[in-house]
Design a protein around this ligand. Structure first.
Ligand code: PDD
Length: 275
């Protein structure tokens, strides 16, 4: 297995992490996950642009150009002979003695590796159970930072209750899930939280909205309360790996079930056509 560290493609066992990288002790960095589909990086430009945007919001300088990054990611996929799977890559602010105050002159660190595809077929076909809990995260969820404690805590909580994903609400308003966005369907209309500071604006989310509108569905990007979820006809989650995955039941602060409905199924087909 090969990885990328800065500009080098290396066998994984030859890589090493500097102890005083700010990513290591502050979670001071940003990341992306791209799906590799038939050897191609799906929605590559959108993901690279979001990484640039996240880095900008945190004043993390890019280690090199976007073109170089793209070239490195493709060389990583090829070197690992990957046809289908995921590429993870991150930029951390760089190396300096531990101090909350960051300097702006650091050389940021780039790291990338591949992961085999997750088995999502069953989830996409039969749906998943989700756990509804409080959104305990900070107020800049629009930044795709590697600092994900709020997300990992609720994911564990969900798994401990035999749920595959945790969906969250802030004061009764559904925001998103631990590593995916949330949609509901009512009377053939799609509802999802607007792309504010309270959610990560998923690339999959954006593509779903585009495809849905193209095929004549109305999409309402407005905050909705837990009670509206309770009375939805269908609901689903979305991310790079899961694409569109139906919610079959909600547990935790709300208990309800959903059928795997016609709108979700239709959008799954239309989404696959993008790949
Ligand atoms: N997570 N919301 C959160 C909090 C996420 O972490 C993710 C993605 C999404 C969906 O974004 P996209 O459609 O661009 O994948 C929404 C990735 C998959 C991860 O952390 O592994």
């Amino acid at each position: 297995e090969y990885i990328i560290q800065n500009e080098l493609l290396l066998p994984k066992k030859e890589a090493s992490i500097p102890l005083d990288d700010r990513g290591y002790y502050f979670g001071d960095g940003v990341y992306e996950v791209i799906k590799v589909y038939n050897g191609q990086l799906f929605a590559k430009d959108e993901h690279l642009q979001r990484l640039v945007d996240s880095a900008k919001k945190l004043e993390i300088p890019l280690p090199f150009s976007i073109e170089k990054m793209e070239e490195l990611l493709y060389s990583l996929v090829e070197k690992n002979s990957m046809q289908n799977g995921l590429v993870y890559f991150q930029i951390t602010r760089g190396v300096e003695p531990r101090n909350h105050l960051y300097s702006r002159e650091l050389k940021s660190t780039f790291t990338a590796f591949v992961q085999p595809p997750q088995d999502v077929e069953d989830a996409q076909k039969n749906g998943v159970n989700v756990w509804l809990t409080d959104d305990i995260r900070w107020l800049r969820c629009d930044i795709k930072t590697i600092n994900l404690l709020g997300n990992v805590m609720v994911k564990r909580e969900a798994a401990d209750h035999h749920c595959q994903e945790a969906i969250m609400h802030r004061n009764g308003t559904i925001t998103e899930a631990s590593s995916s966005n949330v949609f509901l369907v009512k009377d053939k209309i799609l509802y999802t939280h607007p792309a504010t500071n309270l959610i990560l604006n998923g690339i999959t989310r954006q593509l779903i909205i585009k495809v849905a509108k193209k095929y004549g569905y109305e999409v309402v990007e407005e905050p909705f309360p837990v009670e509206v979820l309770e009375h939805a006809d269908e609901a689903f989650i979305s991310n790079t790996s899961l694409e569109i995955t139906p919610i079959k039941a909600v547990y935790g602060q709300l208990t309800t079930t959903f059928p795997i409905g016609p709108v979700t199924k239709d959008l799954q087909i239309k989404f696959k056509e993008l790949m």
